[in-house]
Design a binder for this molecule. Structure first.
Ligand code: ATP
Length: 497
C-alpha cells in the first residue's frame, strides 16, 4: 500500500512538472509575441515584411510542436495514473478476499476448538471436568494494594488468553518474566453469568441418570459466591434476583425443573442446605423448638457400603423460586466474617443439594442429586483427596443400587443419606464419623463413582494473590488428571421389590 501511494505521488509530481513547463512555454510565447511586435516595428522600419513573416511562421511552428509534445506527455501521465488506480482497486479486492479467507480460517479454528473441548470432556478425561473463572480486577483490589503499599500487587497477572488456556505471568525479582500456562475450560473477566452457565448447562442434562456435583474452589474473594449464587443474591431477602445476575445455583435449579418434565407428576424434588464450618457439619434447614431456623450440628455417618452420609433435613420444592427462597432464608445463618481480602467473606463451605426422586409406578426408586458446593481453598486442607476418595466412592457406587432398592418405591427419601431420620430398614450403620472431617466426606458419592463432577476454579487476577491462584490452578490440573470409572447408568428394571 505505501508503495502505491508513492507512485501516485510521483505521477502527480510529473504532472505538476509538465504543467510548469507548459506555463513556461506560454511565457515564452508571450516573449515571442513581444519580440514579434518589436520585429513588426523593425520591419516597418525596414519594410521587410516577408522576412518577418517567415520568422514568425517558424516560431509558431516550433511552439505548436512543443505544445503537442507537452500535451502527449500529460496524456501519458494521466493514463499511467489511471492504470495505477486500477492496480489499487485490484489490491483492495485481494485484501478483501484475504480478509474473508482469514475469517473462514478463524471460524474453522473455533470449530476445531469446540471439537477438541468435546473430546476432552467425553473421551480423554475421566468424569471430572475442570473450568476456571478469572474474575476482573475490582475496585477493592486497588484499595488493598494501596494499603499494602506495593504498586505491583494490583497488577493483572492471570490472563484468560483463550477459551481453553489461562496464562500466569510469574515475575521473580531480578529475573525474566516466566509465563505458566494451564489448560481448562476458561471463563474470562468479561464473561457474563449467562455465558458461564451456558458451559455448565450441558452437565445438567445428565441429571436424571447420574448424580451431578458442581463445586466452586478458590481463595477468599476470588468469586465463588458470585459464580455459584450471584453477587446480589444476599441483598435480596426474597431470594429473587435479576436473571442476568443469577449464578449457577439459581440457573441450575430453573434448568432442573425444565428438564424433568412435569416434575410434580413424575418426580419429587427436595432441597437441603448444609455448611461445613470448623470441621463440623451444620444443617441450615433445621429448626429449633420455636420453629425458628437454626443451624444444627449433624454427624457424618458411614453406611455399610462405606459411603459417608449426613442425615440432613430436606424440603420438598416444586419450582426454582421456591428453591431460592429456601436457600436465601437460611443463608443469614452462615458464618460470616470479614477477611483482609473480602469484607463479607463467608467462613464456611456451603453445600446445596437438590434430590430428584422418581415417582414411577414401576417402583423405580431412583433418586438423583444435584449438589453445588462452595469450597474455600484455605479451609480445604486435604488437597489430594481425589485419588483415595475416588476408589472408595466407586465401591459405594457398586452398593448404592442395593440401598436404593431397599427403600419404598415412591418415597422421596429413597436415598437414605438425605432423609431427616434414617430408617432402620436401610443399611446405614449409625457410626458417627469422628475423625477429622473433610468436605469430601460430605460430598462423598455425589463427587465420585457414578457421579459427574465439575470443579469451577475461581481465580483472582492480581499479582497480590498469585501464590493462591497458582495453588488453585495446580489443584485443578491434578483434578483434571484423575481417571475415574466411566459413569454407569442405573439399571432401573432390576430394582422392583
Ligand atoms: N466475575 C465477577 N464479576 C464481577 N464481580 C465479581 C466477580 N467475581 C467476584 N466478584 C465480586 O468480588 C467480590 C468477592 O466475590 P465473592 O463474594 O464471590 O468471593 P468468594 O470467593 O465467595 O469469597 P469468600 O470465600 O471469602 O466468601 C464480590 O463483591 C463479588 O461481587
Amino acid at each position: 500500500m505505501p508503495l502505491f501511494i508513492n507512485r501516485d505521488q510521483i505521477f502527480a509530481h510529473q504532472v505538476h512538472l509538465l504543467e510548469h513547463k507548459l506555463r513556461s512555454k506560454e511565457e515564452r510565447i508571450l516573449e515571442l509575441e513581444t519580440e514579434n511586435a518589436l520585429l513588426h516595428l523593425r520591419l516597418a522600419e525596414k519594410h521587410d515584411l516577408s522576412e518577418l513573416f517567415a520568422v514568425y511562421v517558424s516560431f509558431a511552428t516550433e511552439l505548436e510542436e512543443q505544445s503537442k509534445q507537452l500535451l502527449e506527455k500529460v496524456e501519458q501521465a494521466n493514463s499511467s495514473l489511471n492504470s495505477h488506480s486500477e492496480d489499487g482497486f485490484q489490491l483492495q479486492v485481494r485484501v478483501a478476499a484475504l480478509e474473508h479467507s482469514l475469517e473462514e480460517e478463524r471460524e474453522n479454528c473455533r470449530a476445531e476448538r469446540r471439537k477438541r473441548k468435546e473430546l476432552h470432556n467425553t473421551l480423554l478425561r475421566g468424569n471430572i471436568r475442570v473450568h476456571c473463572r478469572v474474575r476482573p480486577v475490582l475496585p477493592f483490589d486497588q484499595i488493598q494494594s494501596s494499603t499494602s503499599g506495593s504498586s505491583a500487587s494490583s497488577e493483572e497477572v492471570v490472563h484468560a488468553v483463550s477459551d481453553d488456556t489461562v496464562m500466569v505471568n510469574c515475575v521473580k525479582a531480578g529475573m525474566l518474566v516466566q509465563n505458566k500456562m494451564f489448560e481448562f475450560e476458561v471463563h474470562g473477566p468479561e464473561d457474563s453469568q449467562k455465558a458461564v452457565f451456558k458451559e455448565v448447562k450441558s452437565l445438567l442434562t445428565s441429571l436424571l441418570d447420574y448424580n451431578v456435583c458442581i463445586m466452586a474452589y478458590g481463595q477468599t474473594g476470588s468469586g465463588k459466591t458470585h459464580t455459584m449464587m450471584g453477587s446480589q443474591f444476599l441483598d435480596e431477602p426474597s431470594g429473587t434476583q435479576q436473571e442476568a445476575q443469577q449464578g449457577i445455583i439459581p440457573k441450575a435449579a430453573a434448568e432442573l425443573f425444565l428438564i424433568s418434565e412435569k416434575p410434580a407428576e413424575s418426580h419429587t424434588v427436595e432441597v437441603s442446605v448444609m455448611e461445613v464450618y470448623n470441621n463440623e457439619v451444620f444443617d441450615l434447614l433445621a429448626r429449633d423448638e420455636h420453629s425458628n431456623a437454626a443451624g444444627q450440628r449433624r454427624d457424618v455417618i458411614t453406611t455399610a457400603s462405606g459411603a459417608s452420609q449426613v442425615p440432613s433435613l430436606t424440603y420438598p420444592v416444586s419450582n426454582a423460586s421456591e428453591v431460592m427462597q429456601i436457600i436465601s432464608s437460611v443463608l443469614k445463618l452462615r458464618a460470616h466474617c470479614p477477611t483482609l481480602v473480602h469484607a463479607d467473606s463467608s467462613r464456611s463451605h456451603l453445600i446445596v443439594t437438590l434430590t430428584v426422586s422418581s415417582k414411577s409406578p414401576n417402583a423405580v426408586a431412583l433418586a438423583r442429586r444435584l449438589q453445588s458446593a462452595k469450597m474455600d481453598m484455605r479451609r480445604s486442607t486435604q488437597k489430594e483427596w481425589w485419588s483415595p476418595r475416588c476408589r472408595r466412592a466407586n465401591l459405594a457406587a457398586h452398593h448404592s443400587a442395593d440401598e436404593t432398592s431397599a427403600s419404598p418405591a415412591s418415597s422421596p427419601c429413597s436415598t437414605p443419606s438425605l432423609s431427616p431420620c434414617p430408617s432402620p430398614r436401610n443399611s446405614i450403620t449409625q457410626t458417627p464419623f469422628r475423625t477429622k472431617l473433610q468436605l469430601v466426606d460430605l460430598a462423598g458419592s455425589e463427587c465420585a463413582g457414578d457421579a459427574k463432577l465439575l470443579v469451577m476454579l475461581c481465580v483472582s487476577p492480581t499479582q497480590r494473590f498469585i501464590t493462591e491462584s497458582l495453588q488453585s490452578l495446580g489443584f485443578g490440573t491434578r483434578a483434571r488428571q484423575v481417571q475415574k470409572e466411566p459413569p454407569r447408568r442405573k439399571n432401573n428394571s432390576l430394582k422392583v421389590k
